[in-house]
Design a protein around this ligand. Structure first.
Ligand code: SF4
Ligand code: SF4
Length: 90
């Protein structure tokens, strides 16, 4: 079992500058946890058998999506809460 331990990185919330966020396509994911290994922010966790991403700490770097062998993670443009689709927070 892999514990969901906070890392030192989790002291630093992302704020509003992220321009992209990863979205999981759960049907493609086989829970290999390669994304968990590569995420530099330690914000990927597994809850009840599913991958979750803590977007309070995700920086939108896209490493998880790049390393996922099943293309289960897709990087999409960030949207300002209450903003128009495609409107970024940057
Ligand atoms: S790397 Fe891809 S397939 Fe593996 S756990 Fe992460 S999202 Fe799922
Ligand atoms: S985009 Fe970067 S920070 Fe966010 S979950 Fe993926 S690897 Fe981690």
């Amino acid at each position: 079992m892999i514990p969901n331990l906070p890392t030192p990185h989790l002291k630093f919330r992302t704020g509003s500058w992220r321009t992209a966020r990863p979205v999981l396509q759960a049907g493609r994911c086989n829970n290999c946890l390669i994304c968990w290994l590569f995420c530099p922010e330690g914000c990927i966790q597994r809850e009840k058998g599913y991958i979750t991403i803590d977007l309070d700490y995700c920086k939108g770097c896209g490493i998880c999506a790049h390393e996922c062998p099943r293309q289960a993670l897709k990087l999409v443009e960030e949207v300002v809460p209450g903003g128009e689709e495609g409107e970024t927070s940057a």
